[in-house]
Design a protein around this ligand. Structure first.
Ligand code: FAS
Ligand code: PHB
Length: 395
């Protein structure tokens, strides 16, 4: 016999979307129960995004989640665009009056987990056999087997599918009721963390005939770097020396006196590049947020920030539904969220196709011309700045 838990909102997934949603709901007196497939340690240790948009930082400040971010994060005015023999700074603050912050998703996750633990709200880690039920009714539920081996049922007013791109929420509704758009890119990112001070003050996005490279960072002593590699690449194919040689070539080591300083690589992974959008983001009493509804290639630094903006729109909709029985915002959620999702999806595609080398020399010339225009034209640079630094939550 399943143990029954009654709550206002059942949240599947304890990533940024799930835990931020729980935090925002609790701030308005709405209870939730979070069901997470992995262990707390696993979730806390995942190395992912690194850039927070202006709107994300504003929201985290407003809800009391920015104390460590303010102390340990690094505010950046912009990024560098680079191609052989040229490097140009795009200053977001000068162009659109908005900055971005370097603060790893791992740190955001730790802050969210600490805040959630402080509320004493229920969270079930290492849950298995998670399933959604009756999402078309006014009394949906989520069943799962707990780490204790016991069966549980969470009965709620609404279910929030924050379980990423491989969770059950995305496909909980019949395929006839949903539409999916996908784009797979023929390349991946090899990402590394290295115990070495960054060789740049702000991120460098580099186009090169050998492939894209990016120099990011996590702190004054830890660098985060990426290389374009063919799809299906295994990390085993890339030795440390080969990684640093490729980064040096693509990032312009020695160009204009600039030098890339290598160091010990402490983590490496290959991330496939794809775009995906699923609509609608609301199916009955199931509401999708974050990667459960959309995936973007990380070139635009949008994945984590989109999860935040979805939740910033979803939380007030669920508060109105749960506390006042008012479904107006809930009815508008999918359309409102998808406008911003498609804007971020386009920008992520635009950055990705501008910077990643393909096999067609004609495309390479188009990319160089596009880069020269963006770096050399106020209109082009402002377009990049507006999208990268982040549009308002309600776009
Ligand atoms: P998440 O995937 O973070 O969280 C979903 C949660 O649901 C996970 O904890 C998962 O364990 C849980 N879950 C899954 N199935 C479940 C089930 N059946 N039952 C219960 N729980 C379940 N974005 C960037 O902007 N820049 C980057 O550089 C970048 N790098 C990335 C690298 C990798 C390897 C990956 C996978 C993603 C990367 N992203 C990056 C995107 C990433 O940051 C996401 O956009 C962000 O984590 C989205 O947050 P959530 O929607 O909460 O999804
Ligand atoms: C990162 O620091 O991990 C990062 C930064 C910018 C991106 C993607 C990833 O576009």
């Amino acid at each position: 016999m399943a143990q029954t838990i009654r709550t206002d909102v059942a949240i599947i997934g304890a990533g940024p979307a799930g835990l931020l949603l729980a935090h925002l709901l609790a701030a308005d007196g709405v209870e939730s129960v979070v069901v997470e497939a992995r262990s707390a340690e696993y979730v806390a240790a995942r190395i992912r995004a690194g850039i927070l948009e202006h709107s994300t930082v504003d929201l985290l400040r407003q809800v009391g989640l920015a104390t460590r971010l303010q102390a340990e994060g690094d505010e950046h005015r912009g990024i560098y665009l680079q191609w052989p023999h040229e490097r140009h700074h795009i200053d977001f603050v000068d162009l659109v009056g908005r900055s971005v912050w370097v603060y790893g998703q791992t740190e955001v996750q730790k802050d969210l987990m600490a805040a959630h633990a402080a509320t004493g709200q229920q969270i079930h880690y290492e849950a298995s056999d998670v399933a959604l039920h009756d999402i078309g009714s006014t009394s949906p539920s989520v069943t799962f087997r707990g780490s204790d081996g016991r069966a549980h049922r969470v009965e709620a007013i609404a279910v929030a599918g924050c379980d990423g791109s491989h969770g059950p929420s995305r496909t909980a509704a019949p395929s006839a009721g949903r539409q999916t758009w996908e784009r797979a890119y023929p390349y991946s990112w090899l990402g590394v963390l290295a115990d070495v001070a960054p060789s740049t003050d702000e991120l460098i996005y580099a186009w090169h005939s050998d492939g894209f490279a990016m120099h990011s960072m996590r702190s004054a002593t830890v660098s985060r770097l990426y290389l374009q590699v063919p799809g299906g690449t295994s990390v085993d194919q890339w030795s440390d020396d080969r990684i640093w040689d490729a980064l040096a070539t693509r990032l312009g080591h020695g160009q204009g006196g600039w030098r890339l300083t290598p160091g010990p690589i402490t983590s490496r992974s290959v991330l496939p590049m794809r775009s995906r959008v699923q609509a609608p983001m609301r199916l009955g009493r199931l509401f999708l947020a974050g990667d459960a509804a959309h995936i973007v290639p990380p070139t635009g630094a949008k994945g984590l920030n989109l999860a935040v903006s979805d939740v910033a729109l979803l939380a007030p909709a669920l508060v109105a539904l749960v506390r006042h029985g008012n479904g107006t915002l809930a009815d508008a959620y999918s359309e409102t969220a998808l406008r911003r999702v498609w804007r971020a999806t386009h920008f992520s595609w635009w950055m990705t196709t501008m910077l990643h080398i393909g096999t067609d020399p004609f495309d390479a010339q188009l990319q160089l011309s596009q880069l020269r225009w963006v770096a050399g034209s106020a209109a082009g640079a402002t377009g990049l700045a507006e999208n990268y630094a982040g549009l308002p939550i309600r776009y």
